[in-house]
Write a protein that binds this ligand. Sequence first.
Ligand SMILES: *[C@@H]1O[C@H](CO)[C@@H](O)[C@H](O)[C@H]1NC(C)=O
Ligand SMILES: *[C@@H]1O[C@H](CO)[C@@H](O)[C@H](O)[C@H]1NC(C)=O
Ligand SMILES: *[C@@H]1O[C@H](CO)[C@@H](O)[C@H](O)[C@H]1NC(C)=O
Ligand SMILES: *[C@@H]1O[C@H](CO)[C@@H](O)[C@H](O)[C@H]1NC(C)=O
Length: 328
Amino acid sequence: MGATRLPLSLLVLLGTLRVISRVSALPPEPEMSTSMLTENNGTTLHLEEIFLGRCWDFQRLWKVSPEINCTGLWDKFFHAFSNRDPCDQKPSYYDDFFSASAFDTPSAEKTLFWSGTTVLAHEYSNDGLRYTTLEDTLPGYVLNGLRWCGSLSEPWYNEKTCPKCPPTVPWDSFWRAASRSFAKRARGDVYVMLSGTRKDQEGKPIDAFVNTSYFGMEELPNLDQQKVSKVNVWVMHDLIVVPPYREACGKGSLIQLDQELSRRGFLMDCTDDPPFLRHLQCVDDPNSKSCTKAATDGTNTSNAPKITMYKISLSVIIVSAWLVTVNT
Ligand SMILES: *[C@@H]1O[C@H](CO)[C@@H](O)[C@H](O)[C@H]1NC(C)=O
Ligand SMILES: *[C@@H]1O[C@H](CO)[C@@H](O)[C@H](O)[C@H]1NC(C)=O
Ligand SMILES: *[C@@H]1O[C@H](CO)[C@@H](O)[C@H](O)[C@H]1NC(C)=O
Ligand SMILES: *[C@@H]1O[C@H](CO)[C@@H](O)[C@H](O)[C@H]1NC(C)=O
């Protein structure tokens, strides 16, 4: 078993953290201004060691040449937020870090953007072997799921409490900068996995394409028209939701996305629930109606036993009838 593979439950948790930071890109909640400090914890314990360990692991996995200077990268990252007010955060503070962490691996030709589909997107990307998500590139890999914020006194980062910096969190500016440089590196066909059955905490539906999401705000506007040939959109629907769907290709916010892409000169190819992703969803819920249908569509063997049973029953009836006739 690969030592680098995170357990699924942890992956879900990490995904949730990113989801929270993405949802927070939506308009601020009204009561935020009353108290700056929220229940957020401080900088992740052993942040530096986790950063360095993941960085060396990335080097080991992808055999980057010349070798990554992980301590040098850490210095650039730490410099971006330390010795500052925790809410003094701008994406540009990370410029040095991002220019030093731009590598060709994993492939920029299989770029997969995601919004509202964190678990499925990362299961499918397979750590950058099948497709490349932001979290499979070095900046995303080293900082996925972590928290950090600065402090104006020693040790120059906040160990106890990272405040909420309305409307969002201190590390939001990092993910904005990361999303931008990730989009700029994409080339060839790119892929976007969206959710057509997304809901907020109160159960209200969220559009598949939200123009204030990281994808809508940071990634889409930074796609390079010279390098990107086509945008393939996959709209996924939860297995428990029955069609017709409110949000799907050619419906709802997908119309807006299509317009937005063609305005920027990109061709969009949209598919609802492509089978290769449906099968992956079915791993967790094999008995769901969509999954049993998907299985029989593929193999078509379920008819055989029924026909055999029918033939046996028919033979029994004929033989019985013959016996009855003979005996009378
Ligand atoms: C903060 O960390 C403590 C100790 O690990 C934990 O009990 C608590 O739930 C955390 N709070 C939040 C908001 O994550
Ligand atoms: C790595 O970066 C550090 C800090 O920027 C620098 O002092 C060191 O010389 C670099 N090491 C190599 C091998 O380039
Ligand atoms: C997002 O879309 C809405 C219409 O749905 C529009 O009014 C708004 O200006 C857009 N915002 C951005 C940042 O593009
Ligand atoms: C299954 O296969 C048989 C013959 O091979 C075909 O006649 C039948 O239409 C198929 N059924 C389905 C549901 O594809």
